[in-house]
Structure formats: C-alpha cells, structure tokens
Ligand binder design. Sequence first.
Ligand code: ATP
Ligand code: MG
Length: 416
Amino acid sequence: MNTQNILIVRYGEIALKGMNKPYFEKTLLRRIRKGIGQRFSKEGDAQKPICEIVDGLIVVRGYAPGDEEALAQKILRVFGVATVSPAWELASREPIDIKEAAVQWVERRLGRETGAAGALVCPERPLTFKIFGKRSDKTYPITSPELAAAAGEAVIDAFADLVKVNVNDPELRLHIHLRRKNVLLYEDMLKGFGGLPLGTNGKGLVLLSGGIDSPVAAWYMAKRGMAIEAVHFHSYPYTSKRAEEKAAELADTLASYCGRVKVHILNLLPAQEALAEVCPENEMTILVRRFMMRIASRVAEREGCGFLVTGENLGQVASQTAEGIAVTDRASSFPVLRPLIALDKIDIIERARDIGTYEISILPYEDCCTVFLPKHPATRPAIGQIEASEGLLGAVRIAALEEEALASEELYIAKA
Ligand code: ATP
Ligand code: MG
C-alpha cells in the first residue's frame, strides 16, 4: 500500500480573509518554508521537505520519519498556523486500502501503548477508539459514516479484544478524510498560536528590557504579523555585561518565532548621569523613560519602523500610572503600541512561560532602570512640570546626549 508520512497544516484567521486571502496564504507558506529551512539548512542534512498548498490545505512532505516531531514543533511556532497534524497520505481511494491503512494506524498505536516495537502484547484494558469519516469529494460512492463504520469494523476484526469502540470519550480519535485525489488519516491536532503571518503588518521597534513584560509584548505584536526589531538600553559599567547578554538571549527566543531579530544595544548611562545631576530625583524614572522614547524614535526612523512597542502595563509600577504613560507617550515621534496594557501580571507571566521567555527574564541581572531609581517616584507627573525639568538640561544638551547614546550602538542579530 502506498502511504506517505506528511504534516497537515491548518490556518485559522487567514481563512476569514476575503480578497487578500491568497496574499496571506503565500506569506504563510513562505514563513513555514523558512521555519523548516532553518532545520534543514546545515550541510549534509537530509533533503529539504516540500511545503505546498494542495486543494486548500498546506501539506509538508518528503522528510525522514525521525524528523517529523521536530519539524512539527518548528511549524507550530509559525504565526498564522492554527494546528498541525502528523498524517498518512494514501494515494489509493479504494475502500480495501483505506481499511487496511486504518488497521495499520491502530496497530502502530497499540504497539506504542504496550511499549513493544512491532509485537503486540495484550494491554491491561482495550484501547478505546472512534473513527471519524469526512468526504470532500461528494461523488465518492460511499458516505462518510459508511466509510468510518467499515474502517471501524476492519479494526475490530483485526484486533478483537485489544480495542473497543467508544463514541463519547475515545483514547484514539482517527480521522479519515477522503479528498479528490487521495485520502488522509490523522489523529492529533497539535495547537499552534494562530495569529497572522509575520511581515503582513508593518514593522515595530520593541523597547526590550531584560524583564518579563517586553519580550511578551514583542511576541504579541509579531503574532499579529508585525515584523520586529529591538532596542535595548544598558548602563554599563553600572549594569553588567550579563544584562546585555540576557536581552540577547530573550531576542534569541523571539527569533525562534520570528526567524531573525535585530537588536540595537545602546548605553544610556551618560543621559542618566546628566539627568541625575540637575533634575528632581522623584522624576528620574519618567525622565529616563522619555529619553528612551526619543532615542528609540531615532532608531525607528533610521530602520524604517513605523511603531514603537513597549511592555507597559497600566498601573503595574509607579511609572506606569495613566499619567505616567501619557507623559512617556509624548516623547515618542511614533505611535506607541502597548499590547499588554490591560492584562494582569499573572496572565503575562503565564504567557511568558508558554513562549519560553520567563526563565530567561527572571535571571537576576540589574536593569538600567534600577540605576538612579528614586525612593519616591512621581506617580502623577504633569507634562508641563516634566518638560520644565528637561529644560534644566536644555535642548542642545539633550540632543547631544541622544547622539552619544546612538553612537554607542552595538548590534546583535538573533537568529533561530
Ligand atoms: P519589563 O518586564 O518589560 O522590564 P517592567 O514592568 O519592568 O517591564 P519598566 O521597567 O517600567 O517595566 O519598563 C517599561 C517598559 O519600558 C518595558 O516594558 C520596556 O518596553 C521599556 N524598557 C524598560 N527598560 C528598558 C531597557 N533597559 N531597554 C529597553 N527598553 C526598556
Ligand atoms: Mg523592566
């Protein structure tokens, strides 16, 4: 019997797109190919799998069976992917072949359940199963329920007491999907993150600290299709090199979703020192944050980013009161996106764990925000007062400090 191991990739929201659907499909296909390519790019690797759209379904084929798991995991990180199913593609649509394939699928599962490679031993209790039939080709002479029933009977004939039908809560849910040119068998639907393919919605510059929030904010924007670059500020030598490495490590994790993340690493210390010399201590956090916004705006302009992205979250800390955010916002020359603004910290942490940034974020290295941290930060700053404090430094000095920070730039390119 001619069966081939394949991966079926389904997309969610893209399916709702009207006229633009082909554009989104093509971009998603390109993203999946890139994601797969990363695994198969090394010299001497097995041949690259083929990824194509067949009858409205994205299918990946032509890989070694041992690669299936890793390949599926890669694809699940591609934004726009709703689910992935490891499947068998059957070239024949003859009922006899479909039944045989169903039997083989269950046999493989039984072997796995009982821990025996090949030989089946009697499990403690029968494996419960249900077969679901689906027919895209309505001209096929057998209906979906008939197909499922025939395959189910063949499975019972083959394995007798080792299996048992359970229509309500089966352990094995085998889907048989009859299509125009072939038949697909699959069981699991591994869940992806959904969203939209990267690169379909502009480019944002993320202010990436070493904390929990900003990597999650970056991830959320990328999930909606926004290409991501990052800027990280440090206060070396007040902060250690490890703090910068931590930001780079976070970017590496983001790159496992985005493919590549360019990180601009800048020294903010001269600006912080200058502010500390002349400005009110309780305004330091907000003044530093505004410096970050101005410098990031310059980087965004140079790099062709249309937005800034931060991990700010309403009311989380003293600088993120409604007033604090409003005053911070005014220092940016680009729209500032704050995808976490209304989330609870507990949900942000859960997401951070889920996407793999949490363990890096909690490493205990000093952030540049903790340098010159005021004892009693202003929680209700007014724009007039803050601008007056910046006036103490003067526009010329501020511009020079921005230049100095920009001149300190080091680049890190995170790759998946
Ligand atoms: P995070 O967990 O992202 O650090 P936080 O709750 O610690 O967030 P703040 O330190 O007040 O919040 O920072 C608010 C936002 O400002 C961050 O989410 C990030 O976008 C930006 N930011 C803070 N520190 C830095 C930094 N060192 N480099 C770049 N951006 C920063
Ligand atoms: Mg922080």
